[in-house]
Design a protein around this ligand. Sequence first.
Ligand code: 9MR
Length: 391
Amino acid sequence: MNKSILLLAVPIVVVAAPLAMSRNSTTPMSEVTETQAVTPLKNAFKGKFRIGAAVSTAMLQGQDDGSTQLVKTHFDSVTAENAMKPAEIQPREGEFTFANADKLVEIAEQSGGSVVGHTLVWHSQTPGWFFQGKDGQPVTREVALARLQAHIKAVVGRYKGRIKEWDVVNEAINDGPGLLRQTPWLKAVGEDYLAEAFRAAHEADPDAILVYNDYNIELDYKRPKALELVKKLLDQKVPIHAVGIQSHWRIENPPLAETEKAIQEFSALGLKVMITELDMGVLPTRYQGADVSRREAMTPEQMAVMNPYTKGLPDEVAVKHGEKLKEAFDLFLKYRKNIGRVTLWGVNDGHSWLNNFPVRGRTDYPLLFDRALKPKPAFFSIQKAAEAVGK
Ligand code: 9MR
């Protein structure tokens, strides 16, 4: 086992802050020489909101025990990064593969945390069998709806009472004109597929918190659509309890003013707000969003500009990353009564999806732990932000 992991497994260990090592840091000496305690992050957030992390399939299969240990120590909410998506959990009709999800529940229960089920209905990572008959032709609305309901009943039903929160529908809002994204579900079932999904989840576990989850819905271009959608659902008495703002952000422009408006406006509808997939990429990007179909090819010359930190993150960028995340958490803490949880989309930088999005093969640094599983300046800055706030 890596030495740093052993250190982190001990409840209170005082280590030199990572910056103490640096020679060219722009940080004031007072901070450079400071030592900070690597106490469990979740303690600092207790009574404010749950603090969570996405757990990779590799972790669930015992291939990254260092990161798993960090999760158990620091987070009290876990989300499967991929293991519970429809393609993973029901790859063929009636064939359920629950082993990885069971493991996630076990990890949470061992460490006193809770699980978020992610995700029941999405346009991506959903097998074609949901929408096609044996003849390869599109199925009728009735058949597609029955398959959607059966999937939700089986998955939510299996974890009834143990998984208390579900991302029911993911990314249904269109980025371009019109309210809804053109998805296989919209085509197969029609606009009410969202309402039906929430109803099915509620029927399978009436006590579960049901979330609508999407990216960029804090932004001015998409927030009005998100409000329109959830208002429609509420008007129809659909059991929806929270809105998930994914928050895949970059240090250059975390959209905090728009996020504040979003928190206020969703809360005014009586909904909880969840920050569901937070990360703060440090690499240049031409695209801001999380549309998984988006890919950008680069020439080697472009790559040199767009992938500047292959040999490590300069201290001043690590510090800025920590400051930007602190600003974000200051906002979340201000609205702690409205926010149920904040989940980071991964544990250590090496495994972040942003290393391959929207450009493949880059070296990004969006999370709280570095590739050697050491806490970064951002870890300490958000811990401090939480400790500075009363319950
Ligand atoms: O982080 C996930 C990555 O490992 C997968 O390859 C990708 C596939 O679609 O999904 C990523 O997670 C997404 C999440 O489930 C929904 N919102 C956007 C996330 C980043 O793409």
